[in-house]
Design a protein around this ligand. Structure first.
Ligand code: NAP
Length: 348
């Protein structure tokens, strides 16, 4: 029977996700005045019937997670499809995961070329009910972006992941803003489009399972997400967000600061570059190819950065003091030695 014959004229047929295609019947509450219901058409093909003027759909029943599907494929929504979001999505898609993306800028062409479904409306993206929502916006905009997400359209057990370069801040944000049923995984792939352009093997990936439900399906979903990085050969490091920030201030903020300070010197390549000097030029290149917003976020949202920049300043002062004291010592010695000689000369 043709479904269109039995449906009201203001309904739209949408294919449901690949996950739904193999899932058994899924029933969703239809609020008065509109909504959606998933109807089995054939065993391996379901359609979502949605009134075009439907009110937001709220899942009333937690959806059962299919263990077998989780092992093989995740539906991941990348929020913030800029430099880093695209970089991650390329590998996620290459591993066979289904990737959706949303960003304030229209990246639909780039998304298409990566095999990613781009949404210019967050409501539409959330209604796709991804397994994982991955926050990849700038640190500075993370709170505003998270607050603007229509999370009521997501499945109640959604896993939220972030990849921000600081960790205590998104951890606290997630705990504060997300309903208790959502799982939370805070991560930091400690590499980027430049350092990871030839693959991720051996590169560190820090993570903290902040809140993962006990049930097998939730544990399995988190494991499946982490496996993406494990499969690429990343060095998986489990550590608390606080521990990460303490360590990352030195590793990351210091590196970026030195790179950006050197950039202010406008260093040029010369015919007599030494290896050390080349390292400095590369450092400038690597750090300044990230956005200033990212660098700024490392400073503002990691409390350890303030102390570190003071220490760096003190270290430079100490070094300058040492150098000038030595220089004065040499001048003084020369002065007295030469004045001693001239008085001897004068006594002759
Ligand atoms: P970024 O400058 O830190 O962030 C750019 C992203 O933030 C873009 O998706 C941009 O969206 C979005 N954004 C910025 N301001 C926004 C606003 N007011 N409202 C909504 N969205 C906004 O650069 P990035 O390199 O892509 O980094 C993304 C995240 O990954 C950051 O949290 C960073 O710390 C983390 N990370 C980056 C690296 C790296 O090597 N780059 C490595 C590890 C982790 P539009 O493009 O749509 O404007």
């Amino acid at each position: 029977m043709l479904l269109s014959r039995v449906l009201p004229s203001n309904t739209t047929l949408l294919p449901t996700s690949s996950h739904a295609r193999v899932a058994p019947l899924r029933y969703r509450h239809v609020p008065a005045g509109g909504g959606a219901i998933t109807v089995p058409v054939r065993r391996r093909f379901a359609m979502t019937i949605r009134a075009r003027d439907a009110a937001p759909v709220l899942d009333i029943e937690p959806q059962p997670l299919k263990l077998l599907d989780r092992r093989t494929k995740l539906k991941i929504a990348v929020i913030g499809f800029g430099n880093f979001g695209q970089f991650l999505a390329r590998t996620f898609a290459a591993q066979g995961h289904e990737i959706l993306a949303y960003s304030r800028t229209d990246y639909s062409d780039t998304a298409r070329s990566l095999g990613v479904a781009f949404f210019d409306d967050q409501n539409d993206l959330c209604e796709q009910q991804p397994d994982v929502v991955l926050l990849s916006t700038s640190i500075l905009s993370a709170e505003a972006v998270l607050r603007s997400l229509p999370i009521q359209r997501l499945r109640r057990s959604t896993l939220f992941v972030d990849v921000l370069s600081v960790k205590e801040f998104p951890r606290n944000l997630f705990l504060q803003l997300l309903p208790p049923d959502f799982d939370i995984l805070c991560t930091h792939p400690m590499f980027g489009p430049d350092s990871g352009k030839h693959g991720w093997a051996g590169l560190p990936f820090a993570y903290d399972k902040v809140r993962i439900g006990d049930s097998d399906d939730r544990v399995e979903r988190c494991r499946a997400f982490l496996e993406i990085f494990d499969r690429e050969g990343c060095r998986m490091v489990e550590m608390s967000c606080a521990e990460h920030d303490e360590t990352a201030a030195e590793i990351q903020f210091l590196t970026h600061t030195i790179g950006r300070v050197l950039a202010k010197l406008d260093l040029k390549s010369t015919p007599i570059n030494t290896k050390g000097y080349e390292t400095l030029l590369n450092l400038v290149q690597n750090t300044c190819s990230d956005s200033y917003e990212l660098y700024n976020g490392l400073f503002i949202y990691n409390k350890n950065s303030t102390e570190l920049i003071e220490k760096l300043n003190d270290a430079l002062d100490t070094m300058k003091k040492e150098l000038f004291e030595r220089l004065h010592g040499i001048f003084r010695k020369q002065l007295f030695e030469s004045s001693g000689r001239s008085s001897i000369d004068a006594g002759k």
